[in-house]
Design a binder for this molecule. Structure first.
Ligand SMILES: Cc1cc2nc3c(=O)[nH]c(=O)nc-3n(C[C@H](O)[C@H](O)[C@H](O)COP(=O)(O)OP(=O)(O)OC[C@H]3O[C@@H](n4cnc5c(N)ncnc54)[C@H](O)[C@@H]3O)c2cc1C
Length: 376
């Protein structure tokens, strides 16, 4: 009997657990550990911030979902993983202490490295957790005139919610009759980042859509410091703000620090079978891994499918043959007819597939409802 441990109850962990529980024979035990017993659909946090949904609408009971699928669920904090002796250390939860495993899938996501930008913690809003999204929502509600800055810090690997927030804010101010008294600026850390994310066509369509909403775009603004009134760059440029939403730098999570399996930012190094380099019987998926470019739910799910397929093969004594192809497939929801769909292969030079229309606004909502319905 194999004891399979999955760490993290987000997109990657849930999909891996479902596949393994369904495909492995009942002799094997699949256990999922996560700090929260609810699954949260993170891409909906922009709508949460703007009061368009409640937490209950965008989350489900993870313990129930896992138990019904024959996965043992443990609510606990993962403090440490030791790939050499094959055990994880759990704290503050239903099980505490060392938990050994035969096979591991690591899916604990990423850490928000707010300490890398001076003043971020004290002054900036973000919306990468439900609490932060609700707090930013309160700031939006009391913003009636002045300058709103929305953007990415260097190493924040998630452009989608930045643009969605800027469009949602523009629409909200329009509805309130306050758009005229408000300036909105989107900032990005470097000139290349938008084209690197989705290619030239996406960048062109986004620039045009920003312009139509009267949103300014500053492409080369690497934030180094946030004060109560300004965001500043390393070379001394400053922009004053009245409302600020910034995505902080991303970094790998704590439990694998100094285990020898991470890159310099603490993201886990994997090969294209999702197997962790320099570790045995360990796979890693999702935001926790070291791959170029943005980090998205779509990627986490596809990586989890590959990892689970290969892990099953390993357990059953077959050669793990599934390979991951790195691609982005996302919608930037403008809230209406200018929503943009992007599909881009990231390991080839093929041009991106980009399309714009109201259908993508609806497609994103439908996808969210389907996901929550089929995994709850
Ligand atoms: C506002 C927002 C908008 C987004 N928009 C999109 C989008 O439009 N399209 C898209 O594809 N992606 C989008 N994303 C990105 C997407 O949500 C992530 O890429 C995805 O959630 C990563 O999945 P994951 O399983 O790797 O990690 P996560 O979903 O972060 O899951 C990690 C899990 O591990 C748990 N955990 C972490 N550390 C510990 C610990 N030490 N102990 C125990 N448990 C722990 C967490 O509680 C969580 O349940 C968005 C994200 C946000 C925040």
């Amino acid at each position: 009997m194999a004891n399979v441990l999955i760490l993290g109850g987000g997109f990657g962990g849930v999909v891996a657990a479902e596949i393994l529980a369904a495909k492995l024979s009942h002799d094997h035990q699949v256990t999922l550990v996560s700090r929260d017993d609810r699954f949260l659909f993170y891409p909906a946090l922009v709508r949460l911030a703007f009061g368009e949904c409640d937490i209950a609408d965008i989350s489900f009971d993870l313990r129930k979902a896992m138990t019904e699928r024959r996965v043992r669920f443990i609510k606990a904090e993962v403090a440490r993983v030791n790939p050499g002796s094959r055990h994880a250390t759990l704290t503050h939860g239903e099980v505490e202490g060392e938990m050994s495993y035969d096979y591991l899938i690591f899916a604990l996501g990423r850490r928000l490295a707010t300490e890398q930008v001076r003043g971020f913690y004290e002054h900036a809003n973000h919306l990468l957790t439900p609490e932060a999204a609700l707090k930013f929502g309160e700031a939006v509600a009391s913003f009636h005139q002045g300058h709103a800055i929305i953007g990415n810090c260097t190493e924040a690997k998630l452009p989608i919610p930045v643009f969605e927030t800027a469009f949602a804010l523009s629409r909200r101010l329009q509805e309130r009759g306050e758009r005229g008294g408000c300036r909105i600026t989107v900032i990005n850390p470097n000139m290349a980042s938008l084209e690197e994310f989705g290619g030239r066509e996406l960048a062109t369509k986004l620039y045009r859509t920003l312009e139509e909403h009267g949103i300014e775009y500053v492409a080369d603004f690497p934030v180094s410091e946030v004060t109560a009134q300004e965001v500043k760059t390393f070379d001394g440029h400053a922009l004053a703000y009245d409302l600020l939403m910034l995505l902080p730098p991303f970094a790998g999570v704590g439990p694998v620090i100094e285990t020898g399996i991470t890159d310099s930012k603490n993201f886990i190094r994997v090969d294209d079978s999702m197997h962790v380099k320099d570790a045995e019987r360990m796979y890693a998926v999702g935001d926790s891994i070291s791959l170029r470019g943005a980090k998205t739910a779509h990627m986490s799910v596809r990586q989890a499918e590959v990892a689970a397929t290969n892990l099953q093969a390993e357990i059953e004594g077959r050669i793990p043959l599934a390979k991951y192809e790195h691609e982005i497939r996302s919608v930037i929801d403008e809230g209406g007819r200018d929503s943009i769909y992007l599909h881009k292969e990231l390991w080839t030079d093929e041009t991106a597939d980009v399309s714009q229309g109201r259908v993508w606004h609806w497609a994103k909502r439908v996808r969210e409802m389907q996901w929550l319905h089929s995994h709850a």
